[in-house]
Write a protein that binds this ligand. Structure first.
Ligand SMILES: [Mn+2]
Length: 455
């Protein structure tokens, strides 16, 4: 039913949607947006980065070392926030409720609409950005490092794992269209890497925080390797905050309060262990003993492994990850052992882009290993990879989770407001027809009983 509704959205929005169950070929429902070609280069990400992962880790470690020097900050100039006081009601900015505990999913969709309206350069006022970070951090504070997703076990409840978004607001927008906004029967688990590389990390992080605040029992967040002030200092988020006059340092507390792993209950396709990247050389008992990160995640063995590692099923056991220069390579035997220990059937991670959005590797005894990546047009694939999410269904013990993928929305990006940092200031032009279609249906979604007003 969700898929049927999603396809009617997508049809009007000039995009393609694939729905694939494990072991079947994708079903192409709709035509590719006119004017797009498979070889079209990505315009959503900072292509000056060649995504060399070893350089990424080495740069981060260098950044950590530099940060320990007294004068190191001089090489990373900050733009101080222009204002942290509440904007006057007459200010033509987007205003959030005074008491954020009263914020609804509808308010969050209004904010998304504001971000996507012409002239395409809207962002949150520094006061509200600070307020939502504080509110989201206080919700995360009560959650465990290895957190269990609790659901009300309502009929037809789904838990959807969302992979890296990397500042791609259009992919977050199409996610909300495709699987509908979070609700008590539509649980979201964002699996890290919300910021860096893309042009709208501030807006992506703002919408994710607002979804968490408006639906705290329906939204869960894992920490990725880019939710680290040392990493996002080098990969775009800090520069973007500076260009939008936001206090970047306030994000540090939010990052440190993110959970590192989530357990999906066994009633949902046998359950799953979900981490951003992987696991290292530790048993389940050690894994469960970790606490949330304090400062950089590159300083601690287990945290670094969870957020930086990659699978290598050609070998068994654990070995150092010489490609990234951080984290480990782990074999299928390591995954199978930890699944046995935690009593779950599937292992889900993100961290690496996949051409088809989701990659599934079948392990022994029906157990599954999944890589989920949700940002489209990623530079690794010349800008033509699909978005993917993985959906767990209540009562679906006998089957695997459902893979849902779709193509990117057609976008026209401009960079005519590049500031001195070389960073596009957020002037993203989306085709007006697409925008009209997205928000034409927003009222329908609200009317469908999916609006969440929980606080
Ligand atoms: Mn990552």
């Amino acid at each position: 039913m969700l898929r049927r509704r999603a396809s009617s959205f997508i049809s009007n929005a000039n995009k393609s949607l694939f729905i694939r169950r494990p072991g079947t070929l994708p079903i192409r429902l709709l035509a590719t947006a006119p004017g797009t070609t498979a070889s079209q280069p990505s315009t959503k990400f900072n292509n000056t980065n060649k995504l060399d992962n070893k350089i990424e880790a080495n740069l981060t470690k260098l950044s950590i070392a530099l940060s320990n020097l007294p004068s190191s900050e001089s090489s990373f100039p900050s733009v101080p926030p222009t204002s942290v006081t509440k904007p006057d009601p007459t200010n033509h900015t987007f205003h959030l409720p005074d008491d954020l505990s009263h914020m609804t999913t509808s308010d969050t969709l209004d904010l998304l609409e504001y971000f996507l309206k012409p002239p395409y350069n809207h962002t949150l006022h520094p006061y509200y950005f600070s307020q939502i970070l504080k509110s989201a951090t206080s919700i995360l504070d009560s959650r465990l490092a290895i957190n269990k997703i609790e659901t009300e076990m309502l009929e037809n409840t789904t838990i959807t794992v969302i992979g890296d978004l990397h500042g791609s607001l259009s992919d977050l927008s199409s996610l909300l269209q495709t699987i509908s906004p979070p609700s008590p029967t539509n649980i979201y688990l964002f699996n890290g890497d919300y910021v860096d590389r893309g042009l709208h990390s501030v807006e992506v992080l703002s919408i994710i925080c607002c979804l968490l605040i408006s639906s705290p029992n329906s939204v869960y967040l894992n920490r990725g390797n880019h939710e680290d002030t040392h990493v996002c200092k080098a990969y775009g988020f800090k520069a973007e905050c500076n260009s939008k006059h936001l206090n970047w340092e306030e994000c540090g507390k939010f990052f440190e309060n993110l959970s590192l792993a989530h357990l999906i209950p066994r009633e949902y396709n046998g359950g799953a262990l979900v981490v951003h990247a992987g696991i290292g050389n530790c048993d389940w008992k050690e894994f469960c003993s970790i606490s949330k990160g304090d400062g950089s995640i590159l300083k601690s063995g287990i945290l670094e492994d969870i957020t930086w590692s990659d699978p290598d099923f050609t070998v068994s056991g654990i070995r150092s990850n010489e490609i990234r220069g951080a984290g480990s390579f782990y074999g299928g035997d390591v995954v199978e052992r930890i699944l046995e220990d935690c009593g779950r059937k599937h292992f889900v991670r993100s961290h690496e882009p996949r051409y088809n959005g989701v990659e599934h590797v079948e392990l022994f005894d029906g157990k599954g290993f999944y890589t989920v990546f949700t940002a489209t047009d990623y530079p690794n694939f010349e800008g033509c990879n699909l978005a993917g999410v993985l959906q767990f269904n209540e009562g679906g013990e006998k089957n695997g989770p459902e893979i849902i993928t779709w193509e990117s929305e057609e976008l026209v990006m401009t960079s005519n407001d590049v500031n001195e940092t070389g960073y596009d200031n957020g002037l993203t032009c989306m085709k007006s027809k697409l925008l009209e279609e997205i928000f034409l249906h927003k009222g329908e979604r609200r009317g469908g009983g999916e609006r969440s007003d929980e606080s």
